[in-house]
Design a protein. Structure first.
Length: 397
């Protein structure tokens, strides 16, 4: 009782102070300070509630897009890989999962007609945007001809490989043209696996598909993203003269990394010859190629590669981030920032490319590029010279 009286007296003497019992070794705590602690705790609780209310919802967690794009420049994560490490995906490379009626419609049609797309086989991050409609309202899919199995084994590509793939489906050109016509597309990209087991590499198969597409819809713009046909010039001519509008073939990476990245049967010089020959035999077509960044190339190598591509009279160039499709494939050496991609776009325009698409998620078949090229080709076709032949789309600037 005496001890309690003493404690009470101390509390009364200090006025605003009292004893806070904490078990053995109780201590004195200032009442104003304690009230301040309570207010601070209450404020923190309110701030947490507000943060949760304004923070990401379930859809954000599903899509993986949990960051503010305005803070991309402030990203402090490691962008260059050290030996033995694996880089974390930066915020600008996180995309939404593919959903929507258009996406499901395209996927079901492809399965029903036994067709394949590079969008699925190569695990393209833009599949949701392109198949779902995205910014330009028209759904786009890149059809992969000649099956889903390639005769080559590039170290960046997730498409299945085999020395002896199944034989070509003779109905594939017809089914492809039917599906694209039913979808109502006005721009389509046709690509294929490498088929070194076929004498012409599948060039006639390409040409037949283009012909059937143009028969069903003469106004459709057709881009063919072809293999190198092992340098077979006749095969290149067959495709270039098939009635297509854009001839595309990808050099993939800088010359210094070709052996490391691509199958040994492919090389930079051969790819440039393909693009040059297509343009020589059909000057009215638009030629196009693509570069992946983040494989260990230097800025000087990228610049010299872009210069060599432009000197080969290639009209359009796309640059995008390499993304490792599975653990069995090449690791990403660097995640290139959006700002650096903007820089390369500027360089491409200065070098004189008709169109340069450069960005982390840009791919060789990219919706914005197709939208641009469609308008360019349409304008070109509407400006026929007196001899009736299509005008060179590059001559008008």
């Amino acid at each position: 009782r005496i001890e309690r009286w003493k404690m009470a007296a101390v509390a009364s003497w200090w006025g605003t102070c009292w004893v806070r019992g904490l078990g053995p070794g109780a201590s004195l705590v200032c009442g104003n300070s304690l009230r301040c602690q309570y207010r601070t705790s209450s404020t923190l609780l309110s701030e947490k509630k507000e943060s949760i209310h304004n923070g990401p919802d379930l859809q954000d967690f599903i899509s993986g897009d949990l960051s503010d794009r305005n803070k991309w420049a402030e990203y402090k994560g490691i962008l260059k890989r050290q030996k033995g490490e694996r880089l974390r995906l930066p915020p600008w490379l996180k995309t939404e999962i593919p959903v929507g009626k258009n996406y499901n419609k395209l996927k079901n049609t492809l399965r029903d007609l036994n067709l394949h797309t590079v969008c699925e086989e190569a695990r393209c991050p833009n599949i949701g945007e392109c198949w779902g409609g995205g910014e330009y309202a028209t759904a786009t899919a890149t059809i992969m001809l000649m099956g889903d199995t390639c005769t080559r084994g590039c170290r960046f590509c997730s498409v299945k490989t085999s020395k002896n793939p199944s034989s070509l489906d003779p109905m594939e050109p017809y089914n492809t043209s039917k599906a694209i016509f039913d979808w109502g597309l006005d721009y389509v990209v046709l690509t294929s696996v490498d088929r070194d087991d076929i004498c012409d590499g599948g060039a006639e198969h390409f040409a037949k598909t283009v012909s059937l597409l143009k028969e069903r819809n003469p106004k459709i713009v057709v881009e063919c993203l072809t293999p190198d046909f092992q340098g077979n010039m006749k095969a290149i001519e067959i495709v270039a003269q098939s009635g297509l509008d854009v001839y595309a073939h990808n050099v993939e990476t800088v010359p210094e990394l070709q052996r490391h990245v691509r199958d040994p049967r492919a090389n930079f010089e051969q790819s440039l010859r393909v693009l040059k020959h297509a343009k020589n035999v059909q000057p009215s077509v638009i030629s196009k190629t693509s570069l992946m960044l983040g494989l260990g190339e230097t800025d000087d190598q990228v610049y010299s590669t872009m210069t060599a591509i432009r000197e080969a009279d290639v009209d359009c160039l796309t640059l995008g981030q390499y993304m490792q499709p599975t653990k069995r494939h090449l690791k990403v050496e660097e995640y290139v920032t959006p700002e650096k991609f903007k820089y390369w776009e500027k360089i491409g325009n200065e070098l004189g490319f008709l169109y340069t698409a450069s960005g982390p998620l840009v791919r060789s078949s990219y919706k914005a590029g197709e939208f641009f090229l469609k308008n360019l080709i349409t304008k070109s076709k509407n400006k026929l010279p007196e001899n009736g032949n299509p005008a060179d789309p590059c001559s008008s600037g």
